[in-house]
Design a protein around this ligand. Structure first.
Ligand code: SAH
Ligand code: SF4
Ligand code: F3S
Length: 457
């Protein structure tokens, strides 16, 4: 089918959860483009809505059902005026609760898991043929979806690139191994092709994605298996690719080749998200993390030896079953000791089917809340201190998009801080050394350098 003007339709995608979902939403839009779908940023005028969902915590999963209620109102309104609205639920809630969605929300037309979105065009056709009977596709196909997807188009100075999917680690609290399936690494050649295409389209910074990105072990053309360190070194050879990042990593998979890449590859940005979850060895064991607090410290020491200005980020869970005041104090002590530039912390949320949900020693809600507030306050103070220390310094900022205020543009520092500056929009896509002059709650304000052109050549 071609996209002539008569077949032009509007597609609204709402993305929940992690960066993998952001990447997947982009790819679903690419897959539907040949059917005439173009993106819209509101469900009001949409012909199709995709909710790309997250199952990681109960709140995230339940939100989908309330959003579906709203989508139902749009669907009824469209149908009353003779139109139609296809509603699809994708992502990890779809994978985990596909049948439940169709039962609780029978007006949903399509339910598809994260591994089958290359089949969306046929699902749309089937949904249109069998109006009213929901189409459910939550397989884990043998042939990976990546083999069937069109190459993504560059869409601005920064881009995500999925290199690895799924997880074999089975942390006891986590649904990802069930929703995304077994670990899979894309072949080197496909990744290099995608990266070169993005750079040719103007992308300056690529973030390599994977639920366990540093477990990457992709096949290369010469028959060898490459690790992430090797892949990053090869990507750094691409002319015009100024910056490389990767997320999310597991402490167990920080091998020497990846750690030395932080010393050897100037394009690899000095910022690393390396979740530790807890500072207590007892809790790390209950979580089945496969590393101790000292293992984590050692990795950080080595990395800081290679790249002294490396800024760190982590995830923390407060109130894992069995966590005592002493265990939690060990988490706080580890945070104090390491010092994080940015972090995410969550209250433990029991997830159906995971071993931790069945553990006897669940923590009462009020204790979980108290611990979450405490760790968040400490992490917030560290974030503010890190940002405050940047005031007065000059940072290389990749200018990425217009800001909310007129004349303002927003960019990214090497340490993944948002930086805003007043400058001509035509500078977007360039990297400019900017002097940081102000500290806002979660961003930095900078001055345009005197004498620099205010426009890229
Ligand atoms: N693959 C990454 C993280 C994936 S999920 C890793 O191994 O670290 C993102 C974060 O959500 C996790 O790091 C964890 O902190 C949090 N999380 C996962 N399951 C959770 C649960 N049941 N309750 C609360 N937080 C959870
Ligand atoms: Fe979940 Fe653990 Fe896998 Fe991360 S490593 S995705 S937390 S099971
Ligand atoms: Fe959520 Fe699935 Fe990502 S559960 S965090 S969208 S892998």
């Amino acid at each position: 089918m071609t996209a002539d003007s008569s077949s032009r339709k509007r597609l609204f995608i709402k993305t929940y959860g992690c960066q993998m979902n952001v990447y997947d939403s982009g790819r679903m839009a690419d897959v539907l483009a040949p059917l005439g779908y173009t993106a819209t940023d509101t469900p009001d005028d949409a012909d199709m809505v995709i909710l790309n969902t997250c199952h990681i915590r109960e709140k995230a999963a339940e939100k989908v059902f309330s959003d579906l209620g709203r989508m139902r109102v749009h669907k009824t309104a469209r149908e009353n005026t003779g139109g139609e609205l296809i509603i699809a639920v994708a992502g990890c809630v779809a994978q985990a609760e596909g049948a439940e969605i169709i039962r609780r929300a029978p007006f949903v037309d399509i339910v598809l898991g994260p591994q089958t979105y290359h089949r969306l065009p046929e699902m749309v056709a089937r949904a249109q043929r069998t109006k009213g009977a929901g189409v459910l596709d939550t397989d884990f196909p043998v042939e990976p979806k990546f083999d069937h997807l069109p190459p993504p188009r560059a869409d601005g100075p920064t881009a995500f690139l999925s290199v690895q999917e799924g997880c074999d680690k089975f942390c006891t609290f986590c649904v990802v191994p069930y929703t995304r399936g077994a670990e899979y690494s894309r072949p080197v050649a496909a990744i290099l092709r995608e990266a070169r295409g993005l750079v040719a389209g103007g992308t300056k910074e690529i973030t390599l994605l994977g639920q366990n990105v540093n477990a990457y072990h992709g096949g290369s053309a010469d028959g060898a298996t490459w690790n992430l360190g090797r892949l990053i070194r090869e990507l750094a050879e691409i002319d015009g690719l100024a910056r490389i990042r990767y997320t999310t990593s597991h402490p167990r998979d920080m091998d020497e080749s990846l750690m030395t890449a932080h010393r050897d590859v100037p394009q690899l940005m000095p910022f690393l998200h390396l979740p530790v979850q807890s500072g207590s060895d007892k809790i790390l064991t209950a979580m089945n993390r496969g590393h101790t607090r000292d293992d984590y410290r050692r990795v950080i020491d080595t990395l800081r030896g290679y790249r002294p200005d490396l800024a760190l980020s982590s995830d923390f869970i407060a109130g894992m079953p069995g966590e005592t005041d002493k265990d939690f104090a060990e988490t706080m002590a580890l945070v104090e000791e390491i010092g994080f530039a940015q972090s995410f912390s969550f209250k433990y949320s029991p997830r159906p089917g995971t071993p931790a949900a069945g553990m006897k020693n669940q923590i009462p809600e009020d204790v979980k809340n108290e611990r979450l507030y405490a760790v968040q306050a400490l992490l917030d103070a560290q974030l503010t201190a890190f940002n405050a220390a940047c005031v007065g310094k000059t940072l290389d900022v990749l200018l990425t998009h217009p800001g909310r205020n007129p004349g303002q543009i927003i960019g990214r520092s090497p340490y993944l801080q948002a930086v805003h500056v007043t400058a001509d929009k035509r500078n977007i896509g360039t990297i400019v050394p900017l002097k940081v002059v102000t500290l806002e709650s979660y961003s930095l304000g900078a001055l345009w350098p005197e004498g620099e052109q205010t426009m890229s050549a």
